[in-house]
Structures are given as C-alpha cells and as structure tokens.
Design a protein around this ligand. Structure first.
Ligand code: SF4
Ligand code: SF4
Length: 268
C-alpha cells in the first residue's frame, strides 16, 4: 500500500506498471488550477513530514498538531497523519496559497504522484511485493491527454519521487509485515504509540533515543549516533530498525550485552 491522495477518487480499473504510459500536463493557465487541492484526504508518509516540517522550520510535534489529523492505514489499524483541511476556505489544503502550492518543492509524495495512485501489491509474501499503479481520472481535472507521453518511471523521476520511495521503504515494510499478521491480531496501544512516534514525530523520537534508557539497551555505533543527532533521515532509519526489532524480532538493533530483552523502555 502506498496511500493514494484520496482513496475515494475515481480510479481507472487498469493496473499499470513502470513502463505504462500516460499523457498529462498540469498548468496554472488551466481553468481547473488548484481544484485538486480541495476536499482531499492526503496521507502523509514519514519522509513527507521530514520535508514539510523542515521547510516550515518547526518541530514535528508542532507540525502534526497544526496541520494534521489522525487517520488509519487501511486493513492495518496503524496510524497515519492526514492533512487537516481548512473548512473556512472550501476545504482547501492549508498549504494552498493564491498562486498555488506554497510548499511545492517539498509537497507530499501523493501530490507528486497525482494523477497516479501508487500501491504495493502484496499477497502476504514480503519477497513478492511489487509496485503497481492506476490512473485517477476526475471530471474537474483538465490535465489528461495534454503534454508529452511519458512512462510512469519517467513521471516518477520528473516529479522527484525516488527519494520519497527510498526513505519510506522501511515504513512500507512495517505496514506490510503488520498486514501479514492478519486482521485478528490486535496491536496494543503502546505499540501504536511507538509506531507513531518513530515514523512521524521524529523530534520526539530523538528526545526518546537520547534521554530514555534506549542507549543503555541498544548498541548504537558512535558514528551512527552522531548522524541520528543531526539528521532526520538517519533518525528515521533508526526508528525503522527499532520497530522491526521490537515488533517482529528482526534483530536489526543489537542489544548491549547483559541487557535482558524484557527490559522496559518508557514511551512518553
Ligand atoms: S490539471 Fe489536474 S492536477 Fe493540474 S491543477 Fe488542474 S485539477 Fe489539479
Ligand atoms: S500540498 Fe500543495 S499540492 Fe498538495 S494538496 Fe496541498 S497545496 Fe495542493
């Protein structure tokens, strides 16, 4: 699963892959300009939040409070922040300005993919997940059949998507692993909080790593720790490893010798 901009949007029922082509062009001169930035449920991925909160120069907890509301990832119970729309402005995205998107260079990945919905096909076998795509065709969007023909691979490059997919890979893996447990396995509230903090509220996760018992339990090499202190992406990758280790016993973080596996770390 890779959250489409809005799951309610009309999806053309044809499964596309990287080599499938589309003709699409978006332009300020089109009568539909910014119509796509209203009435959406735009899910935010971990790397979306890093880019947006750093662009807006605010800590992740403040960003989440001001601009998002809680959502759930379908068939998983896992939380995901969804952009909070502005009811006083026709349910516009809060990042929409007079001249269009005010965070364009750091816009979320689902805005970059649009008019493509991206997903991961999975049959409970993590090795066989593959990318799949579909075209979203909304009556108000006038960009279809304009511009040059491109493959989806070219569209992804053109829209700056590859780093998003790369840095969200660990998040997608966690979601697929959780889904593979099936709907009858209940996830404890504390686990959901850990997932939320490590994936979305990175400044809180950094405080947790540095100020809780974390470093007395896990062996984090000094150079990795230094990067984690300064770089949000390095911190996010530590979060993925921590969640994979604690939730799925994947052993991606080494326990310090003599530390009992059962030792508790308090999550705020
Ligand atoms: S062409 Fe489609 S994507 Fe572009 S502004 Fe118009 S509605 Fe939005
Ligand atoms: S982030 Fe930008 S492109 Fe995406 S919905 Fe909001 S205003 Fe539109």
């Amino acid at each position: 699963m890779y959250a489409p901009k809005d799951v309610e949007k009309p999806i053309v029922p044809v499964r596309l892959d990287m080599e499938s082509t589309l003709c699409f062009s978006c332009d300020k001169e089109l009568a539909c300009f910014t119509k796509c930035c209203h009435n959406n449920s735009t899910f935010l991925t971990p790397y979306d939040i890093i880019r947006l909160k750093n662009r807006l120069n605010m800590p992740s907890d403040e960003f989440l409070l001001l601009f998002t509301m809680p959502g759930k990832i379908e068939a998983s119970d896992l939380p995901v922040p969804v952009i909070k729309l502005n009811p006083e402005k026709n349910n516009a995205c809060p990042f929409l300005g007079e001249d269009g998107c005010t965070v364009y260079e750091d816009r979320p990945v689902s805005c970059r993919y649009y008019p493509i919905a991206a997903g991961l096909f999975h049959n409970h076998d993590l090795e066989n997940n593959e990318n799949f795509f579909a075209l979203i065709k909304e009556a108000h969007c006038l960009g279809h059949d304009l511009g040059q023909e491109m493959t989806i691979a070219q569209w992804r490059e053109d829209q700056g998507i590859p780093p998003y997919d790369e840095h969200n890979k660990g998040w997608v893996e966690l979601i697929l692993r959780r889904k593979s447990l099936g709907p009858f396995v209940e996830i404890p509230e504390k686990t959901l909080q850990m997932f939320f903090m490590a994936c979305y509220n990175l400044d809180a996760f950094r405080r947790f790593v540095l100020k809780s018992n974390f470093l007395n339990i896990y062996e984090i090499p000094e150079d990795r720790l230094q990067k984690v202190k300064e770089d949000d992406v390095a911190l996010l990758y530590l979060g993925y490893d921590w969640l994979m280790t604690t939730f799925f016993g994947a052993g991606r973080l080494k326990l310090i010798e003599h530390v009992a596996e059962a030792e508790e770390i308090e999550v705020d």
